[in-house]
Design a protein around this ligand. Sequence first.
Ligand SMILES: Cc1cc2nc3c(=O)[nH]c(=O)nc-3n(C[C@H](O)[C@H](O)[C@H](O)COP(=O)(O)OP(=O)(O)OC[C@H]3O[C@@H](n4cnc5c(N)ncnc54)[C@H](O)[C@@H]3O)c2cc1C
Length: 405
Amino acid sequence: MSEPLVVVGNGMATARLVDELAKVALGRYAIAVIGDEPRLAYNRVLLSSVLAGETASHEIELRPAAWWRDRGVTLKYGCRATEIDIGRRELKIANEESISFSRLVLATGSTPLRLNVPGSDLAGVHTFRDSRDVDLLLTLAAQKKRVVVVGGGLLGLEAAYGLAKAGATVTLVHLMDRLMERQLDAPAADLLKSLVERKGINVLLNASTARLHGATRVEGVELADGRRIDADAVIFAAGIRPNVALARDAGIAVGRGVVVDDHLQTGAPEIFALGECAEHRGICYGLVEPAYEQARVLAQHLAGKTAAYAGSVVATNLKVSGVSVFSAGDFIGADGGETILLSDVRHGTYKKLVISEGRLTGAVLVGDVESALWYLELIRNRELIVPIRRDMMFGRAVSIRSKAA
Ligand SMILES: Cc1cc2nc3c(=O)[nH]c(=O)nc-3n(C[C@H](O)[C@H](O)[C@H](O)COP(=O)(O)OP(=O)(O)OC[C@H]3O[C@@H](n4cnc5c(N)ncnc54)[C@H](O)[C@@H]3O)c2cc1C
């Protein structure tokens, strides 16, 4: 008989886990997925394209209902898991129902942070995480509202771009002295700022949000230096917090995320976690690729095969059309690495490769990102780049040609 495997969360990590499990252990588990969003799992990454009007909402569904059915998955969406009873091996669901499991997987993702400033609970203050948020933001933009986006990371930039493209007047405020400071060095960030401003977005740096004004609805943002920006809506895109409440309340060890080992096993027997809610070797990843790598390992492990997850080399791509940005690995050259630079600000191109001990350890690309995947491969595989070093800045084809010559 199939063992009952329950997965909490109907997001990207879950869809990949079910896919991988079907390949290696079809029929071994009777899988039930409990998800609180009221629709089939979708590609959350593409919400930015939906907001920008470049993709339709129905096109981002990861798998049709029949795909889940064919893999014997019982899908319960629009319902929230509220409690894990580890002793009884039961999961409680908001509508009072309980479901038994022999193994449980937590794939609950993250929640966007709202800054803890006066006024952050006013009407008109939103976040950008799910498809309901996108519907709301599109309504704001259609009404030509003045919107302030708080946060100049990937998410904030994509929110600002989508809103501006859909008709809103957008100001992006960022606490730090440069955009995407966790992925870009200063020259790349400066170039990005000018490219984003050309899209009609007003960018304010060193801008610390002190309070939001308004009686019941937000009317403006006040910065710590006294500047005030009038606004009909504010979008917080200033970070995420892994959803750990279910695990924590059940007595499972949590740090920032649900703590897992190299088999994605939590501190409780036969309870696993993956994706954005998981913390592995002290890291909570906020990107999808690590979740997919974890899904592959967990599926193998659940199938009784040997597999271990050792962490991921992450890369970031900004999805703002006409503003290509890629960053991976050590983008600063922190550990005494050498750098190769190509900077042509006038033509909107900046490339930086970081090399350490004969290997590529990091890359930042703005404008020309054609070779991004190749660089990522070189970083991940820790390949010796000595024979191609001289030409690698010009891309794979040039490097291979001159290596052969
Ligand atoms: C707009 C946007 C753009 C992004 N762009 C990129 C990008 O370019 N590249 C990249 O790598 N990543 C990007 N990301 C991040 C990426 O989407 C996430 O890393 C990925 O979705 C994580 O997958 P997950 O399954 O762990 O979490 P999620 O996809 O968030 O799924 C978790 C699900 O669990 C549900 N849930 C939570 N608690 C419960 C509960 N108690 N009961 C039932 N269900 C529950 C949630 O509602 C959610 O549906 C982006 C994210 C956003 C919002």
